[in-house]
Design a protein around this ligand. Structure first.
Ligand SMILES: [Zn+2]
Length: 254
C-alpha cells in the first residue's frame, strides 16, 4: 500500500514541475505545451536531466547552465509541495477507501489549487481557463463517481456558495473578485456540504491572521489588496484531508 502512495508522491514532483510552467505561462496567455521548457532569459532548451524535479535545481546550483541567470527558488519548492500534497492525498484517500477514480479527481483538484494559488499571488487573478474547468470537473466527477458529494449535492453546493460570494462581490467589489466567486463555486462542487463551509471558514480565518501579521510587521498597508485564492485553496485542502473528522468533532459540542 505504502508503495502506491510513494509512487503517487513521485508523480507529484513531476506534476509540480509542469505546474511551474502553467503558473508562468497561463497569466501571459502562452501555450503550456509549445515550446518545450526553456530558460526564460536566454532561451536555452532544457535537456531531459535538467527537467528532473528538485535534483536538477540542486545540481545546477539554482542557475541556468547556459547563461548563469538565477532560477527561482520557488520552482523546486512548488515541486516538493506538489509531491508532498500528492502523497498526502493518496494516503488519506486510501485510508478512507476512496474509489480510485475519485483519488484521481482529488489529485487533479490538488494540482489545480496549487497552480491557482500561485497565479493569484503573482497576478491577483484567478484565470477562467483554470477555475471553470475545475468547476465542470468537480460536478461531472460527483455525478459519475460513487461517493461524496453526490451529483446534485455538488451542483447545489456550487450554486449556493457561488451565489453567496457573487452577492458579496456585487456589493464589495474591491474585496472580492469574480475569480474568487468561480473558485468558491468549484470548491463547493468538489467538497459538497458541509465541508465547503469548513473550507471557507478555515480560509477566511487564515487570511485574516496572515493579513494581520503582514500589516503588523509593516509588509502590507491596511486595505492593500490581498489575494484570497491561496487561503480558499488552503481551506479546501484542510477540508479534504480532515473535513469529516473536524465536522464530527464539532457536532459533539452542539
Ligand atoms: Zn539561460
Amino acid at each position: 500500500m505504502i508503495l502506491i502512495n510513494i509512487t503517487i508522491g513521485f508523480l507529484g514532483l513531476l506534476i509540480g514541475s509542469f505546474l511551474n510552467v502553467v503558473i508562468y505561462r497561463v497569466p501571459r496567455g502562452e501555450s503550456i505545451v509549445k515550446p518545450g521548457s526553456h530558460c526564460p532569459t536566454c532561451g536555452h532548451i532544457l535537456r531531459a536531466w535538467e527537467l528532473i524535479p528538485v535534483i536538477s535545481f540542486l545540481i545546477q546550483k539554482g542557475q541556468c547552465r547556459n547563461c548563469q541567470s538565477p532560477i527561482s527558488w520557488r520552482d523546486p519548492v512548488v515541486e516538493l509541495l506538489t509531491g508532498i500534497l500528492f502523497f498526502s492525498t493518496a494516503t488519506v484517500s486510501l485510508r478512507l477507501d476512496t474509489h480510485p477514480a475519485r483519488l484521481l479527481l482529488n489529485l487533479i483538484f490538488m494540482a489545480m489549487l496549487i497552480a491557482l494559488s500561485l497565479i493569484d499571488l503573482d497576478t491577483f487573478r484567478l484565470p477562467d481557463v483554470l477555475t471553470l474547468p475545475l468547476l465542470v470537473i468537480g460536478i461531472l466527477g460527483a455525478f459519475l463517481i460513487p461517493g461524496n458529494p453526490s451529483g446534485w449535492e455538488s451542483v447545489l453546493s456550487a450554486l449556493g456558495v457561488g451565489g453567496i460570494f457573487w452577492t458579496i462581490a456585487l456589493f464589495y467589489p474591491q474585496g472580492m473578485g469574480l475569480g474568487d466567486v468561480k473558485l468558491v463555486a468549484a470548491l463547493g462542487a468538489f467538497l459538497g456540504f458541509p465541508s465547503i463551509f469548513l473550507a471557507i471558514f478555515v480560509g477566511s480565518f487564515m487570511g485574516a491572521v496572515i493579513g494581520f501579521i503582514l500589516i503588523f510587521t509593516g509588509q502590507k498597508r491596511f486595505r492593500q489588496q490581498m489575494p484570497f485564492g491561496p487561503y480558499l485553496a488552503f481551506g479546501a485542502m484542510v477540508a479534504l484531508f480532515w473535513g469529516t473528522r473536524i465536522i464530527d468533532w464539532y457536532w459533539t459540542f452542539v
